[in-house]
Ligand binder design. Structure first.
Ligand code: FEO
Length: 576
């Protein structure tokens, strides 16, 4: 084992950043970037013990690098790599998924090794193309595909969607019996131990990480564990924290037990699609993203390979069904559709989408059959004739949001009713203003009526807004995104309020028949608003069912100096 220590050079913080290089035997090396002082991971959770970003190198007849590191390790990581390999001999860069803590240095590796072939799931390669804006050679792999590095290092790829990103794949090396799982089975824990020899030290972090990242996708965890069963695994090489070797079966059993318990209580959408047909993967994942916004679980089921009993089981467990139309010639998918129709029942909600594969099974006859059975249509059929754009993805995301909201409506009503009458009326006495948030990201626009808005800082100027987690606009309000805060005018807000309170079908233009003009940050300013401010999101804080979004304010203007802002008086405080 070699440990290199150096302070972070690319930040002004005094975080301790060190590298650990460990020979795992059989031409395999772990390159671990140790981030000792990181105290928060994204917005998701606070960290007590830092974290690590683990990358792996297999140097056989062919050389493969599995994942890279976080950008903050750029100098350290690339220096280590330069000492281990001649970049001109790097054959493959395997991307387990495309989150920046593992793919943050892909661009730099590509510059040093332009000949390298990037290996990943189809969606991962698409994400990367959008991320690094330069051509590269790629190999798209799916579940069960193999890649031979020579000398017994026969790699097998295991699809593990949603663990914890939609594009996740595991990589199994038949020679070393190591399964490289990136986020799955990981933990945010940083110390000098490479392995899990002391489970008491890490079990709390292992469980906390599972609860934050994996529990929302419990069924996907169970599917991945099922796929792992046929592999003879000696080590699970995770992307975060120590590698699992000494108590391997215990760790996997924990994931299985926790996921089984979690899956029992989840509301589930079974989303059937055909990997590698048309744009099915991309559209399915956008819909899944919208569904999950409501805290509803999604199981992605590939109609190409699903066994009839699996299909039946998913339909039986699900309260929502979403189907991407297969090709007319796909026999396996047709058999699966028959199984779905036989098992579906009237208490379920359903949504259908075309995949843009050009030979899609027609959508309307299937829609009619579901209507005959009595299922509720959660969103109108999505018809895709052209390659999907950001707008198509947004439409799919909103369709997913709609089905998620439909499936959770009983829960929402129950929560509303659970609050004591006196308390809900007291909460209702908290007055507020009336605002329209308008946002644009790439060519996607959205808007929402907001009442929880307030100035939150003076230097720099900042505002805070609350956005319910199940609002589709939430995806346009991440750190760095821009929006306009439109202030409505007293006695002149009813038509705008009515318009933006409407329920819009997925993909509908929120600004049709509304007068707007572009702000300098490109977001729409409502011509009839009393005032506007151009804002940029700085921080998001998770507050149970809402995000509190703190944003800096760049510029603003008042249309009528003598007019007052609209004030919103509510009757109750437990729902909108
Ligand atoms: Fe560790 Fe999903 O990134």
């Amino acid at each position: 084992m070699v440990a290199l220590t150096a302070r972070s050079e690319n930040t002004q913080s005094h975080d301790r950043l060190t590298m650990q290089i460990v020979d795992l035997g059989d031409e395999t090396i772990a390159i671990r970037s140790l981030d000792w002082d990181r105290d928060r991971f994204d917005i998701e959770f606070g960290l007590d013990n830092g974290t690590t970003y683990n990358s792996f190198l297999i140097q056989s007849e062919k050389t493969a690098l599995i994942d890279t590191s976080h950008r903050k390790f750029q100098q350290l990581y690339l220096d280590v790599l330069k000492g281990l390999i001649d970049f001109s001999t790097l054959d493959y860069l395997i991307i387990s998924h495309t989150e920046p803590d593992h793919s943050g240095l892909v661009k730099e590796v590509l510059q040093l090794a332009p000949q390298v072939t990037v290996v990943g799931a189809k969606v991962a390669i698409q994400f990367l193309e959008n991320m690094i804006h330069q051509p590269f050679q790629s190999l798209k792999v799916k579940n069960g595909d193999h890649l031979d590095l020579g000398n017994g290092h026969e790699l097998e790829f295991v699809s593990a969607p949603n663990l914890h990103w939609p594009d996740t794949i595991f990589t199994y090396d038949a020679k070393t019996r190591i399964l490289f799982t990136c986020d799955a089975f990981g933990m945010h824990y940083c110390d000098d131990h490479t392995f899990d020899e002391d489970p008491e030290l890490i079990e709390a972090d292992f469980k906390y990480y599972y609860e934050c990242l994996m529990a929302p996708n419990a069924r996907s965890v169970l599917s991945a564990i099922k796929r792992m069963e046929k592999l003879d695994i000696n080590t699970i090489a995770t992307g975060h924290g120590p590698l699992l070797q000494h108590y391997l079966s215990d760790w996997v059993s924990c994931y299985q037990k926790w996921s089984q318990e979690q899956a029992k209580t989840d509301t589930l959408v079974a989303l059937f699609y055909c990997e590698d047909y048309g744009w099915s993967d991309q559209l399915a994942r956008a819909i899944a993203h919208g569904v999950q916004r409501n805290g509803v679980a999604v199981e992605l089921v590939d109609l190409n390979t699903a066994e009839p009993h699996e299909v039946r089981e998913f339909v039986n467990q699900a309260t929502g069904l979403v189907i991407g139309m297969p090709s007319q010639s796909n026999q396996n998918a047709h058999a699966a559709l028959s199984t779905i129709l036989a098992a579906a029942h009237r208490k379920q909600a359903v949504g259908l989408f075309e995949t843009g594969g050009r030979e899609d099974e027609p959508i309307y006859p299937l829609r009619n059959k579901f209507q005959e059975i009595g299922l509720t249509e959660a969103f109108p059929p999505i018809l895709v004739k052209e390659p999907p754009t950001h707008i198509t993805e947004q439409m799919c995301d909103e369709a997913g949001t709609d089905i998620g909201q439909w499936l959770t409506r009983d829960r929402t009503i129950k929560q509303i009713k659970a609050i004591d009458n006196d308390l809900e009326r007291a909460l209702g006495r908290l007055s507020s203003g009336l605002y329209i948030i308008t946002a644009q990201k790439t060519d996607v626009t959205s808007a929402m009526l907001a009442s929880w808005v307030m100035q939150a800082s003076m230097n720099p100027l900042g505002v805070a807004i609350a956005v319910a987690k199940d609002r589709a606009i939430e995806s346009l309000l991440h750190v760095g995104d821009r929006f306009v805060l439109n202030v409505l005018e007293e006695d002149n807000y009813q038509s705008l309020m009515k318009h933006f309170l409407k329920r819009f079908p997925p993909g509908a233009d929120r600004f049709a028949n509304i007068k707007t003009y572009p702000a300098s940050n490109n977001c729409p300013i409502l011509a009839d608003a009393l005032a506007y401010m151009e804002c940029e999101v700085t921080t998001r804080i998770e507050c149970s069912d809402h995000w509190i979004i703190y944003s800096s304010v760049q510029t603003g203007r008042v249309a009528k100096l003598d007019a007052f802002s609209a004030v919103h008086h509510r009757k109750v405080g437990n729902h909108y």
